[in-house]
Design a protein around this ligand. Sequence first.
Ligand SMILES: [Zn+2]
Length: 164
Amino acid sequence: MERKIVYWPDKGLNTPTRPVEDFGPELEALLEEMLEACKKADGIGIAANQVGVSLRLAWIGQEDGTFFEIANPEILQRSGNVTYEEGCLSVPDQFEKVKRFEKVKVRFQDRTGAWKELEAEGRLAHVFQHEIDHLDGKVFVDHLSQLKRGIIRERMSIFKRRNG
Ligand SMILES: [Zn+2]
């Protein structure tokens, strides 16, 4: 099944997702569909609620171009500050600088349910925070000023009219 990207503003994007409880073939199939949608749109990460599924599940893209899945992630430690230009598959063609933690230590499950821990920094740490934000019901535009968010909202209404 081809999964369509949900565009902001959307209620599902601003609603916290439910924990993953069943690790099995259905989860595998959903993960493959999410990755396909992500790659098709040239993304470096995708969260389940971006394809309309309320689950605490996402793909994280690494700098070498490979991706790995995360289920039920939690940030255990945060340090430093860094600002990068950020974009989002749900907010096409809009890029803004967002301040994030420079380093994060994250705990998450893989597709089999096994727990893993990872310390990430730089771009990877940024992607982790962006995707975990999605799972918490937050989009990167929620970090911007009301004025900037309003401008992007206006551009998105034009985009939505053009793209059905
Ligand atoms: Zn995003």
